[in-house]
Design a protein around this ligand. Structure first.
Ligand code: NAI
Ligand SMILES: O=C(O)C(=O)[C@H](O)COP(=O)(O)O
Length: 373
């Protein structure tokens, strides 16, 4: 069997080499040409997989049966034409929840970094938009920190989260964190969910964090929000972005105004990436009609136990974060990539953005340091 993979997947040899030949390419560089003799395609979020891609591959090698399994080791699926692929008989799988804990920990870290004093006060209120795997994990962490949580999700109800509408939530929170899939052309679509109207409902000092998908926050509205504060002499809003509307290109006009900017690595823990591949492996085994034999058991190195259950998360995190989080360095590394582009503007080059992601020193989740949740 021929298996084509994005080079950015973890542990592909461990999980897949017994099935056949595994060939890796840069995720943004997987073309029909690379899939001529492929039976399965394993991607992350940067490879757009459509029926056309697979049909083009078949046209290049008509005697080969085309790709029959597409697995994405990610939570998000907006890069896959799931309906179109399934309609042509392709098995499509993703990895729901694989890196949800990583993202939840990223959000708490960002809030504590941006406004430590405010976040440590007992009246801090967090708004969570999207109460799926990430949103519910973030709710759990936030409650452990003593924060009040308000959630928005038109599709689910959680007994332990106070749920309101977006318009009701935005004026009353100290931070808003977005955890919705990117959707378009349907009821409650999330494309540009955070637009001029939404930003206008927020207090000027409410922190905005987007780790979902770039186009959920309308970049032009964000820039207008910054301009409005600047022109009235007010401090600009604290905004943390891990994803960008025009990713992988980021203009300095945007970057210079962000409190924290990271290159789409909120989910990049060793555990999150490894689980993503493991979940795709399980779906792959199901496709092959065999029982999965391999697990992650014993595959991840153990870490020193830094958390002490005698103390609360709130008491320990401020001291531990410098040791267990790379957020400050991640932000600096991204900003260090600014250079003049062909239009004479300063921006982050997509090649640098992808390099930072490929070479990212994967963080560890707090449980690996002894946090028992
Ligand atoms: N930056 C990163 O590294 C990562 C980003 N992500 C992104 O985060 C997104 C969320 O992840 P999960 O929580 O695991 O997904 P999930 O599918 O478990 O939950 C998403 C939730 O959003 C809700 N939702 C949909 N439309 C909504 C709307 N208009 N308003 C409010 N809620 C809405 C859904 O009902 C669902 O409960 C993913 O789709 C992915 O795009 C996920 C992992 C890592
Ligand atoms: O899981 C998701 O959804 C994500 O956004 C991924 O963590 C992003 O990682 P890459 O697919 O771009 O490596």
């Amino acid at each position: 069997m021929q298996i084509v993979v994005d080079e950015n997947l973890s542990l592909t040899d461990y999980f897949f080499s017994s099935f056949g030949e595994v060939t890796a390419y840069a995720g943004r560089g997987i073309y029909a040409e690379n899939l001529k003799v492929a039976d399965a395609l394993l991607v992350r979020s940067v490879t757009k997989v459509t029926p056309k891609l697979l049909q083009d591959a078949t046209a290049l090698s008509p005697t080969h049966q085309r790709v029959k399994f597409v697995g994405s080791a990610t939570i998000g699926m907006d890069h896959l034409d799931v309906e179109g692929l399934r309609a042509m008989g392709v098995i499509v799988a993703n990895a729901p929840g694989c890196n949800a804990q990583a993202v939840a920990e990223y959000v708490v870290t960002a809030i504590l970094m941006v406004q430590p004093k405010r976040a440590l006060s007992d009246s801090f209120t967090l708004g969570i938009v999207g109460l799926g795997n990430v949103g519910t994990r973030l709710n759990r962490l936030a409650k452990r920190l003593g924060w009040r949580v308000i959630g928005v999700d038109p599709f689910v109800t959680h007994a332990d989260i106070e749920q309101v509408t977006l318009a009701e939530m935005l004026p009353q929170v100290d931070a808003v964190s977005i955890h919705v899939p990117l959707t378009q052309h349907r009821a409650n679509a999330t494309y540009h969910l955070m637009d001029e109207q939404a930003l206008a409902l927020m207090k000027p000092d409410t922190i905005l964090i987007n780790t979902a998908r770039g186009p959920v926050v309308k970049e032009a509205a964000l820039l207008a929000d910054f301009n409005l504060s600047q022109s009235s002499g007010e401090p600009i809003r604290s905004v943390v972005l891990d994803v960008f509307e025009h990713e992988p290109r980021i203009s300095n006009t945007l970057l210079a105004n962000l409190a924290i900017a990271t290159p789409h690595i909120a989910g990049y823990t060793l555990e999150g990436k490894a689980r993503g591949t493991e979940m795709v492996y399980q779906a792959f085994c199901q496709w092959q009609g065999i029982k999965p034999q391999l697990t992650l058991e014993g595959m991840l190195p153990s870490m020193p136990k830094l958390f002490d259950q005698k103390y609360s998360l709130l008491e320990q995190l401020p001291q531990l974060l410098p040791q267990i989080s790379s957020m400050h360095a991640d932000d600096l590394a991204l900003r260090a990539c600014l250079k003049q582009d062909s239009s004479g503007e300063q921006s982050i080059d997509p090649v640098d953005f992808d390099r930072l992601r490929r070479d990212y020193p994967l963080r560890r989740e707090w449980s690996s340091y002894g946090d028992q949740g």
